[in-house]
Design a protein around this ligand. Structure first.
Ligand SMILES: [Ca+2]
Ligand SMILES: [Ca+2]
Length: 154
């Protein structure tokens, strides 16, 4: 349950109790559509059934609290930022790979080569526009901060 923090768990327990009208410790799976709608996710029946069969792991037709949490985790974590720390680490490794000489920067020439490798249909015009955007300070080199900004779209 490490995708959810304590605050979320408390909120979920409250929500769970609210839906568990008869205090049975379970919610009927046919409530799930309603619950998700309240959370702003309108799903068609097919995807709803898919989700239900996924979260109702013991196939009981009811959601125990743990199953309810895994349902919530799907929707609560969906739109959030990916695990920043892990991503930054990965990107730093990628950056090091490109920064072969360990200068702490990648020249825009090298970056152009990388983009061409990634997408061989890209035009030089597109490349130049992209590089201009990436090399925010126009130094002709891309440091890790600039690289990070591109990769995370921030
Ligand atoms: Ca179940
Ligand atoms: Ca720069």
């Amino acid at each position: 349950m490490d995708e959810l923090d304590k605050t979320q768990l408390v909120l979920l327990k409250n929500a769970f109790d609210a839906f568990d009208h008869e205090k049975k410790g379970v919610i009927a799976t046919d409530m799930i559509g309603t619950i998700l709608e309240m959370l702003g996710h309108e799903l068609d029946e097919a995807s709803l059934n898919e989700i239900i069969s996924e979260v109702d792991q013991d196939g009981s037709g009811e959601l125990e609290f743990a199953e309810f949490c895994s349902l919530a985790a799907k929707f609560l974590t969906e739109d959030e930022e990916p695990d920043d720390e892990a991503m930054v680490k990965e990107l730093r490794e990628a950056f090091r790979l490109y920064d072969k000489e360990g200068n702490g920067y990648i020249t825009t020439d090298v970056l152009m080569e990388i983009f061409k490798e990634l997408d061989n249909t890209i035009t030089n015009d597109d490349l130049e526009t992209m590089i201009e955007e990436i090399d925010a300070d126009g130094s002709g080199t891309v440091d890790f901060e600039e690289f990070l900004e591109v990769m995370t779209g921030e």
